[in-house]
Each structure stands twice: as C-alpha cells, then as structure tokens.
Design a protein around this ligand. Structure first.
Ligand code: ASC
Length: 151
C-alpha cells in the first residue's frame, strides 16, 4: 500500500536530481542546436494543448490532458543535453550566460522539470482547477528561464 507512492516519490526525486537525464551524441555542433530546439518546440506544442484547456479556449478533457502531459514528460529530459559547449557560438536565441552561469541555468531547467511533474500529477487527478494552478506555475518557470537565458 505504502510502497507505490514511496517508489514513485523516489523516482520523481531521481528525475529532479538529474539522475534521469538524456544524453545524446551529436555529429556536428549545429545538430545539438537543432536537437534542443526540436525538443523544446515539441514540448511547446503539447504543453500548449494543455494550456488551451487551462485557459478555457477549448473544453477541458482530462484524458487528453493526461495524454499530452505524458508526451511532455517524455520530452522534458531531452533538450538540456543540446546545450553543448561546442554549440555555444552557433547563432540561436540562446544567450551566452547559459554557459557562463551554468549552475543557474541548470537550476532553471530543474525548476521547469519540477513544475511539469506537478502539472502531470494534476492532470492525473482530472481536476481542472488543479490543472489551471499547476499550468500557471509551469508557464512561470518556462518564462523565468526564457527571460534570463533566451534572446
Ligand atoms: C507556453 C510555451 C512556453 C511558455 C511560456 C510562458 O505555453 O510554449 O514557452 O508557455 O510562453 O511564458
């Protein structure tokens, strides 16, 4: 009985600690740029569908919200591996302080993963108010990172 929540809690904290991070092998520095942009673009598309429900632009459908969040959760560990040192000077919206303030950048990424984990849990409850609150928190963590690290 107690085992399941305990285990999922441990798994979730493993994710937050960065134990579950994606690694990738890039042939060329600009592959790393494409990779991180692709993952973040896909996340935005699916997160946006949850946002449309949270903001009342489309009717709330708990099953769809859960499916969208499952996709977002699969993608969320990916983009960070694309911020390679080799890709630093390739033209993109990434700001140089991603590399000079790496601890701060990593923390911002972890905050986003943490808030997404809470939104995923909220979607699983099927409660629209919980989804609304968690969506707003998550959008704020996305925005904080964009404000500090994206042009
Ligand atoms: C989204 C999305 C983001 C964030 C950000 C929040 O829906 O795709 O990147 O919210 O716009 O300010």
């Amino acid at each position: 009985m107690l085992m399941k929540p305990l285990l999922s809690g441990l798994l979730a904290s493993g994710l937050l600690m960065g134990a579950v991070t994606a690694h990738a092998q890039f042939q060329r520095p600009d592959d790393a740029v494409k990779y991180r942009q692709s993952a973040l673009f896909m996340m935005g598309q699916h997160f946006g569908r949850v946002g449309a429900m949270a903001n009342g632009r489309v009717p709330f459908d708990a099953a769809i919200a859960q499916q969208e969040m499952a996709i977002v959760m699969a993608l969320a560990p990916l983009p960070w591996a694309g911020f390679t040192p080799e890709s630093r000077d390739i033209r993109s919206r990434a700001q140089p302080n991603i590399w000079t303030e790496k601890a701060k950048f990593d923390e911002a990424g972890q905050n986003t993963l943490k808030s997404l984990t809470a939104l995923d849990a909220a979607a699983k409850t099927g409660n629209l108010d919980a989804v609304r609150r968690a969506f707003a928190e998550t959008a704020a963590t996305c925005k904080a990172c964009h404000d500090n690290f994206r042009n």
